[in-house]
Ligand binder design. Structure first.
Ligand SMILES: Nc1ncnc2c1ncn2[C@@H]1O[C@H](COP(=O)(O)OP(=O)(O)OP(=O)(O)O)[C@@H](O)[C@H]1O
Ligand SMILES: [Mg+2]
Length: 128
């Protein structure tokens, strides 16, 4: 369950303040599928970074499964990411020079990781 209230993320660039998110409210229930859509620069990545506990908001609250994660420190956020959140990155975040047969077990063993159907084929590509 995700509950976001009046979430703001500001970036200061010299004397300018950029309002990447300016008061987002959002409720997502268990088993609900949600697509986040908007024009370039509207704050999708900023919001995904906050929902994924990769970043913290400037203000507002974010409750993930009844825990207010908006004010947790880096270590606590890392634990939430490890146990509660699975990512499929747009760019796959593959490690350069690392063979797929090494990377695949790492990805698939991570708690909360999402194993795509295509990943299964990777072990058949294993050179050894
Ligand atoms: N680290 C940063 N420092 C300063 N401004 C930033 C930073 N990250 C994002 N922004 C600004 O915040 C706003 C939202 O950016 P964001 O990347 O979240 O948009 P987006 O919807 O994901 O765009 P796109 O569709 O192009 O990926 C933009 O104005 C962007 O320039
Ligand atoms: Mg983006």
């Amino acid at each position: 369950m995700i509950k976001v209230q009046d979430l703001k993320k500001l970036y200061r660039m010299g004397t300018e303040t950029i309002y990447a998110l300016n008061g987002v409210n959002l409720d997502i229930s268990r088993n609900e599928y949600v697509a986040l859509m908007g024009p370039s620069g509207s704050g999708k990545s900023t919001l995904m970074n906050l929902l994924g506990c990769l970043d913290t908001p400037s203000s507002g609250t974010y409750q993930l499964n009844q825990t207010d994660v908006s004010k947790l420190n880096d270590d606590d956020l890392a634990e939430i990411r490890n146990k509660e959140i699975g990512f499929v990155f747009q760019t796959f975040n593959l490690l350069p020079g690392c063979p797929l047969w090494i990377m695949w077990p790492c990805h698939s063993c991570m708690p909360g990781s999402v194993v795509m159907p295509g990943w299964k084929r990777l072990d058949r590509l294993s050179p050894l």
